[in-house]
Write a protein that binds this ligand. Structure first.
Ligand code: ATP
Ligand code: MG
Length: 139
């Protein structure tokens, strides 16, 4: 089984729609095999998004990602990385397909409700950044 890493972002935790998002994840045959509600420190958020350090939106992104609780998750299923990217929809909700999480719930290109890893390699790095293997429980 393949794994991906997911974050339900502060815009979604604030609006009390984490269950609705988990419902979409599970309906699409991805299993939530680890999950915790945390508040990202500035240090942790900057580390997580270090690839975007030079982007003009970086400081706003860090402020937003530390503005409230997030849910970090490990999702398991066939082709988990690709499948979750499809379920999430485009970064900018204006370009997201119908039926995707971002089309349904994202507020704008920044407050776009969810993160999902973009490769198997990054999925492993991101999972290791937040979880010990012992916290990932697949029955
Ligand atoms: P994520 O990495 O969160 O799954 P993504 O891969 O679709 O999203 P990235 O290009 O990796 O998008 O950007 C990371 C995050 O930075 C986006 O999800 C969004 O919250 C924010 N972001 C990206 N582009 C912009 C932008 N032009 N303006 C403001 N925020 C942006
Ligand atoms: Mg990305």
């Amino acid at each position: 089984m393949d794994r991906t890493f997911s974050i339900i972002k502060p815009d979604a935790t604030k609006r009390n729609i984490t269950g609705a998002i988990n419902n979409i994840i599970e309906k699409n045959n991805l299993s939530i095999v680890a999950q915790k509600r945390i508040k990202l420190s500035k240090y942790k958020a900057e580390g997580f998004y270090s690839a975007h350090k030079e982007k003009p939106f970086f400081n706003d992104l860090i402020e937003y990602m530390t503005s409230g609780a997030v849910i970090v998750q490990v999702l398991e299923g066939m082709n988990a990385v690709k499948k979750y990217r499809e379920i999430m929809g485009a970064t900018n909700p204006e370009n997201a397909d119908d039926g995707t999480i971002r089309k349904k719930y994202a507020l704008n290109i920044q407050e776009n409700s969810v993160h999902g890893s973009d490769s198997d390699e990054n999925a492993k790095i991101e999972i290791d950044f937040f979880f010990d293997e012992s916290e990932i429980i697949n029955n």
